[in-house]
Design a protein around this ligand. Structure first.
Ligand code: SF4
Length: 75
């Protein structure tokens, strides 16, 4: 896996075991953008929140809104 990047909109993330015999890993991410908890479950889940937020639609929307506001201030 490449370099990891933490999403600036991630409030907190917890990691727990899940599934039968606790075979699986589950991350629960509190997202500031939609104020929901996002679950990522699997053998080796890679939540965008701690790997690559640029792959997350919520991140891209929020970032585009911020960039738009910044360009309004600087114009
Ligand atoms: S990667 Fe997406 S879901 Fe995760 S915290 Fe960032 S905006 Fe929210």
């Amino acid at each position: 896996m490449g370099p990891r990047q933490r999403c600036p909109y991630l409030e907190q993330i917890i990691k727990e075991r899940a599934g039968p015999f606790h075979w699986l890993t589950r991350y629960k991410a509190d997202c500031h953008v939609d104020r929901r908890v996002h679950n990522f479950t699997g053998r080796r889940p890679h939540p965008p929140c701690i790997t690559d937020p640029t792959t997350c639609g919520l991140y891209r929307e929020a970032k585009a809104d911020e960039d738009h506001q910044i360009s309004r201030y600087t114009d």
